[in-house]
Ligand binder design. Sequence first.
Ligand code: AMP
Ligand code: GLY
Length: 431
Amino acid sequence: MGNTINILLLGSGGREHALAAKLAESPRCGELFIAPGNGGTLAVGENVALDENDPAAVADFARETNCGLVVIGPEAPLVAGVADAVRAAGIPCFGPGAAGAQMEGSKKFSKELMGRANIPTAAYGSFTELEPALAYVRVQGAPLVVKADGLAAGKGVVVASTLEEAEDAVRACFEGAFGAAGSTVVIEECLTGPECSLLAFTDGKTVRPMATSQDHKRALEGDLGPNTGGMGVYSPVPIVTEAEHAEMERIMAATVAELAAEGIDYRGCLYGGFMLTPEGPKVLEFNARFGDPETQVILPRLENDLVEVMLACANQTLDEVELSWRPEWAVSVVLTSAGYPGSYEKGKVITGIEDAEAMENVTVYHAGTAVNDAGELVTAGGRVLDVTALGETFEAARDLAYAACEKISFEGKTLRRDIGLRALKGREAWA
Ligand code: AMP
Ligand code: GLY
């Protein structure tokens, strides 16, 4: 234990509301600033107008407010080198510097690192010109997965089942559909199997895996429709075998060891996105941060003091920390604005959150919300709320989450009704 410290948290999504709530629970948490925050983080700390992607502005603010910890939620500030500036100012920071953030910021970088460390992942080619990319597509044949190299808010990946779709995706990337993110294109072998995410805390030396979780990326029920930032999630993942779990943990440790061996000092959360293929778990992608909405089911199950764990990552004392998890299952359903991930309207008044939260074991995390001039809580983004429930069984958690969703209203409220359904049916549901 020690004195309280002021904390600056960057970001504005459901992930950040969950992080803010968990940080605020800690007896170590002094003042908590969230930049820019949302309509939910207002209740647990102070929202501040600060450009989260400006390294000097973030470091200056943290110094002026005497922060003893800066926590970086989203990928963009990590890639922009905000963690480097904060650490250079002598302030402990949870989140990798720009070098480590390439694990997410460049698919080519992470694929090459995986190659050097012999980490199981899809076979691939990477291209900066259209013709060689198209030639590769034709030689490999469909299905193929086409990925913009850089950051594209989870939307830069096309799983193409025909040659034509793959060629179109490659052309779209080079024509600038994802801006500069698409000037390099990674084309991968299409893997099959259930997906599973394993996030880990690390201080660059010690790796402490968290509980498993699984997101639902597609917009529509039955895993159809376009990819989104995530429509719902549960933890733990019941269909993972012990051998698969051990292999995912081995891969996370091997990845951090490779980063360290290459001189990259990675302190924060490393997110491993896996596919459980017939040949064993293979990495689909790494993210350099907590998942959104994975965080909204992982943190409610974490029994540790999050401030202590994050300080241990920032100060390289994670070997002294053991994680412990509540045995309950967690399910979180995302409520979105109609039209998401395409265009949608904002400013719709939201009601019923108090009724949902009055239900035992229900927490509603705000994602895209704001308070309007009339003091009303309104929608302000595509993903609006994350309704998380804990239960003694997977089914109980799931039923409770959906019952809580019913209490909440806003014009255009949209949700997938099949979050967790496939996992509930067992591994055979992926055959
Ligand atoms: P990523 O952002 O790289 O995780 O990709 C987004 C989604 O695309 C993943 O969650 C998978 O559902 C799918 N995906 C990515 N890579 C592959 C692959 N090599 N084979 C099959 N599906 C993939
Ligand atoms: N939920 C997927 C992600 O955070 O990347």
